[in-house]
Design a protein around this ligand. Structure first.
Ligand code: ZN
Length: 281
């Protein structure tokens, strides 16, 4: 669908944040495979009606590491405690968020008698990030320090103990799931571009054939698999809309013959016959 300018910039911001979290997960692999740390990612918590989200928790040797991951890019600077973006505009100081979250985490674990010491880290993961005029005592890990930081965690942590696992389970039980302020843009069926999308790169297939071939990444996919995947995407986006051959035919866009769609639906779903409108479940 076409985004408004503000939707587009919000979406790009979210995408960038997500990229940062994925890179953080990759960075964290040696800590989990060596059983030095247990990770809980993307945890939504509630302390005294304050909803807050934590990018990543790491449990290790009685310490609860709180990782706030930012994927900021470019040259930032600090001026009288304010963070200034590469374009010279003041931006939200991420350290204030880290502080606030740390306070809430401490209250929460005290209330639930989870005996851990909280250590917060602001992880600036983008290799193209730099910050000028920084006092040295801030809990920031810069891109160039990531490997040394991980080595020191590996070196200073002992193997995970049962107490760490129990603490992680307790905190996981407090996760309230998807936060209610995570917003998905509103969309309607008729507003969305119809077609079939390559699972490898997200681009639309140009043409429907027995084997679909992506003109962008060269990925190949057997057509019934591609139709079935499109059906799953449709069901995910429109859980309340009935699954019919006509609807999926329209959704897939490039499939000429409705019968091709019907065969896939018949094979994978149960036909519900009704006099007015028959559909699949
Ligand atoms: Zn592709």
């Amino acid at each position: 669908m076409n985004f408004s300018e503000s939707e587009e910039s919000y979406y790009l911001y979210k995408e960038k944040g997500y990229e940062g979290e994925v890179n953080f997960d990759k960075w964290a692999v040696p800590l989990s495979v060596s059983e030095k740390m247990i990770f809980l990612n993307d945890v939504n918590l509630n302390q005294n009606n304050n909803h807050f989200q934590v990018d990543s928790f790491g449990f290790s040797s009685g310490t609860l590491h709180h990782f706030e991951v930012k994927n900021l890019e470019g040259d930032y600077s600090i001026d009288k405690g304010k963070w200034i973006s590469p374009l010279g505009n003041p931006v939200k100081n991420p350290l204030i968020q880290v502080d606030k979250t740390e306070t809430l985490i401490n209250q929460l674990i005290n209330n639930h008698s989870i005996p851990l010491t909280v250590k917060s880290h602001l992880i600036l993961i983008n290799p193209e990030f730099h910050l000028y005029n920084v006092p040295s005592n801030l809990p920031i890990v810069y891109p160039a320090q990531m490997n040394r930081f991980r080595n020191s965690l590996l070196h200073n942590s002992s193997k995970i103990r049962n107490a760490d696992i129990r603490a992680a389970e307790k905190l996981l039980a407090l996760n309230i799931g998807e936060s209610n302020y995570s917003s998905v843009p509103k969309y309607r069926f008729d507003e969305l571009r119809k077609g079939m999308v390559c699972p490898g790169c997200g681009e639309f297939y140009a043409e429907f054939k027995r084997v679909l071939c992506c003109g962008f990444c060269g990925g190949k996919e057997y057509s019934p698999d591609a139709i079935l995947r499109s059906v799953e995407e449709f069901r995910f986006l429109f859980p309340d809309v009935r699954l019919t051959t006509v609807k999926i035919h329209e959704w897939c866009g490039i499939v000429k013959d409705e019968r091709t769609i019907r065969i896939v639906l018949q094979k994978n779903f149960i036909y519900q016959k009704h006099s007015q409108c028959s559909y699949y479940i």
